[in-house]
Design a protein around this ligand. Sequence first.
Ligand SMILES: Cc1cc2nc3c(=O)[nH]c(=O)nc-3n(C[C@H](O)[C@H](O)[C@H](O)COP(=O)(O)OP(=O)(O)OC[C@H]3O[C@@H](n4cnc5c(N)ncnc54)[C@H](O)[C@@H]3O)c2cc1C
Length: 284
Amino acid sequence: MYPAPFEYHRAATVDEAIALLTQYADDGKLIAGGHSLLPVMKLRFAQPAHLIDIRRVPELAGIREENGVLRIGAATTHAAVASSDVIRARVPVLAEAASRIGDAQVRNMGTIGGSLAHADPAADLPAVALALGAELCVVGRRGARTIPIDGFFTGVFSSALAPDEVLVEVRVPVLPARTGGAYEKYPDPASGYAIVGVAAVVTLGSSGVVERARVAMTGLPAHAVRLAGVEGALTGKPATAEQIEATASRAADGLEVRDSAYKENLAKVYARRAMGRAIDGARA
Ligand SMILES: Cc1cc2nc3c(=O)[nH]c(=O)nc-3n(C[C@H](O)[C@H](O)[C@H](O)COP(=O)(O)OP(=O)(O)OC[C@H]3O[C@@H](n4cnc5c(N)ncnc54)[C@H](O)[C@@H]3O)c2cc1C
């Protein structure tokens, strides 16, 4: 299938992209890597008359560390995230997850900003961003704002981004001491998308007790969510194998997968693996 005809615009700056989005309103759509938007256009689920290419906008490029935070330009490709020395050193779980997205072609084209903005319920990075407590810097007609990742995903393919807003930068706190992170996914064998994916970031106290846990899931829910029951059950407890097992048994609580014992089991198994590996990392 070919997409419906459209006009192509290449924005040189964020301001130009916002002006074009404002000008074309419902007929305009940003395109970064195109690896989510173009398939949707080919299926004619979306038929924007104007595509606004932001891939080469300099303000959306670059990865740098500043005051304990990684600032990642929204147009950074999954391949660049996966191979970035600073991300691998400071927030290895993000590099790990990016390295497992799709195949090499997808990773060379798809971007971190496109993945979060698209809010695909089976995408990997939404769960990882939730576990990491990321913040999203966006700019629109009414100015700039920072959106905490908690509450950013609002439904299937929907988010708190306004139609005229450009996601400019993803801010990720550097992992503190005694903290480990892991992302475990059961991938769809054809696409690599997560049938279930669980990201865990765990901080241990000096006595070996879990001081802080952020655990998030993608794939099974309508959009990536934090597993509040799991986080609550793990925090303040000794980081033992028994505790991880007991905590993981709550991974499907509150999710609408109750009808499927298979999916419930997937949730538990992948939560256990992610938490176990995050705790191993925190001890290392
Ligand atoms: C075969 C295949 C396999 C895949 N496998 C996986 C996988 O295993 N895991 C996974 O997570 N993903 C997977 N993907 C999706 C891939 O990672 C996408 O590239 C990514 O999710 C979207 O990024 P993009 O830059 O391509 O966005 P685009 O397709 O360009 O855009 C997607 C949407 O986001 C909007 N957008 C893009 N950038 C911005 C921005 N800066 N500000 C505001 N809005 C923006 C666009 O307007 C559009 O609505 C796969 C895709 C394909 C084709």
